[in-house]
Design a binder for this molecule. Structure first.
Ligand SMILES: Cc1cc2nc3c(=O)[nH]c(=O)nc-3n(C[C@H](O)[C@H](O)[C@H](O)COP(=O)(O)OP(=O)(O)OC[C@H]3O[C@@H](n4cnc5c(N)ncnc54)[C@H](O)[C@@H]3O)c2cc1C
Length: 373
């Protein structure tokens, strides 16, 4: 058989494009993934105890893009879910992003009122302020609060997660978890916040359920290039790997997950508790809070950040800084010269995309380019 497209990677990028190309253009597609499953990093599975867990860390869907939500709704029903996070600081648990409720937990009522009024005198309610911006304040009391939040919430977490201080990373990274002048404890404020009712993997199965889509797992695409006939490639793996690391490798952070099943119904009060300052792990996730599954036991995952080493672990988070950006730009120059290869996704675009952004970018690639070639 001759395929119109060989798609490398069965994550969101690969599966959305496979779905579009087959359902809208009636073409034939082969998806190849070197892992033993579809769904990429969003993969979820029932573990030995029968509890639905996310193999690559908690995945919480949230978006402002109605178009993306509507598109995915073709393949799943949803369970409404608003994510909330607590951080353990000096034996207290405070909401993260750090907000007005966090101030109340940390400080005496009098001091909390003073700091809250101070924040509200400078910022409107519901403002999100990147911590590095707040640290620039010339107001002495606000600087006290900014230093406090930086030390207790950001510094330790960042050192563990990224191996460097917040100021040594691109500001987009520390800006992702702002200080929130609000009493809203939700981690995200997007209008659409939900998880697939029967899990992510089931949603992916529905997405690629088309007779013109074949899937080959446990296979590196390089091993089949000479045996499969195809017209074009959509590549969603790491762009530096595609070009055999010609300009050197693009660095990533990786994670090691340690799962434990506890003989109790629940382990902690909500899905995610962060440990910014003590312990080697950054956070503990309890999956039943996300899925709503009823089970007499519960599974949790400890997350240990580590350096990404090719061949040893998986590339998870691109590290945005000037040097890496410049290296990536050289790869893009090569990619732009390709006629029959399209690059998309978190690894090929070396961007910290959330799931909704990944879907949005893939839909756009289809509409603007692939549907027209
Ligand atoms: C720990 C973690 C937590 C996250 N949490 C959230 C969250 O809560 N909310 C959110 O919106 N987003 C979250 N994300 C982001 C989300 O996972 C990504 O946006 C999404 O998975 C990107 O999809 P993708 O298809 O681009 O890449 P991927 O899902 O990485 O898929 C790429 C696929 O390509 C395959 N591949 C690579 N090279 C080859 C090769 N040579 N041959 C064959 N196959 C290959 C890989 O095996 C992989 O399956 C999280 C990411 C991580 C790492």
């Amino acid at each position: 058989m001759i395929y119109d497209y060989l798609i490398v990677g069965a994550g969101y990028s690969g599966c959305v494009l496979a779905e579009r190309i087959t359902s809208q253009l009636g073409k034939k597609v082969l998806i190849v993934d070197k892992r033993n499953h579809i769904a990429g990093n969003a993969y979820d599975e029932y573990n030995e105890e029968g509890i639905l867990v996310h193999r690559y860390g908690p995945h919480l869907f949230h978006t402002k893009m109605k178009k993306v939500f509507d598109y995915l709704s073709n393949f799943t029903k949803w369970r409404e879910y608003s994510h909330k996070v607590l951080a353990v600081i000096e034996d207290k648990k405070v909401p993260v992003p750090f907000n007005l409720n966090s101030i109340d937990i940390f400080f005496s009522p009098k001091q909390a009122e003073k700091l809250t009024n101070l924040l509200l005198s400078k910022y409107k309610l519901e403002t999100k302020i990147p911590i590095l911006k707040l640290l620039e304040t010339s107001d002495k009391e606000l600087k006290f609060l900014a230093d406090f939040i930086y030390e207790k919430i950001f510094l330790g977490y960042n050192l563990k997660q990224w191996g460097v201080k917040p100021e040594d990373l691109d500001r987009t990274v520390s800006g992702r978890v702002p200080v929130f002048v609000s009493r809203d404890d939700r981690y995200f404020q997007d209008p659409y916040q939900a998880v697939p009712l029967f899990g992510y993997t089931k949603m992916f199965k529905n997405m690629i359920n088309n007779k013109n889509i074949n899937v080959l797992l446990n296979t590196d695409y390089k091993d089949i290039l000479n045996t499969i006939k195809f017209d074009k490639i959509i590549y969603t793996g790491p762009i530096d790997e595609y070009y055999d690391y010609t300009f050197g490798n693009l660095p990533y952070r990786s994670l090691n997950f340690q799962y434990e099943t506890k003989e109790k119904e629940f382990f902690q009060e909500l899905t995610q508790v962060n440990y910014p300052n003590d312990n080697d792990f950054t956070r503990i996730t309890e999956f039943k809070h996300i899925t709503g599954q009823k089970h007499h036991n519960t599974t949790i995952a400890y997350e240990f950040p580590e350096e990404f080493i090719i061949g040893k672990n998986d590339p998870y988070y691109p590290i945005p800084n000037e040097e890496n950006h410049n290296k990536f730009a050289k790869y893009i120059e090569l990619a732009e010269k390709e006629k029959n290869v399209f690059f998309t996704g978190r690894l090929a675009n070396y961007k910290y995309y959330n799931m909704d952004e990944t879907v949005g970018v893939a839909l756009q690639l289809f509409e603007k380019t692939i549907s027209k070639v």
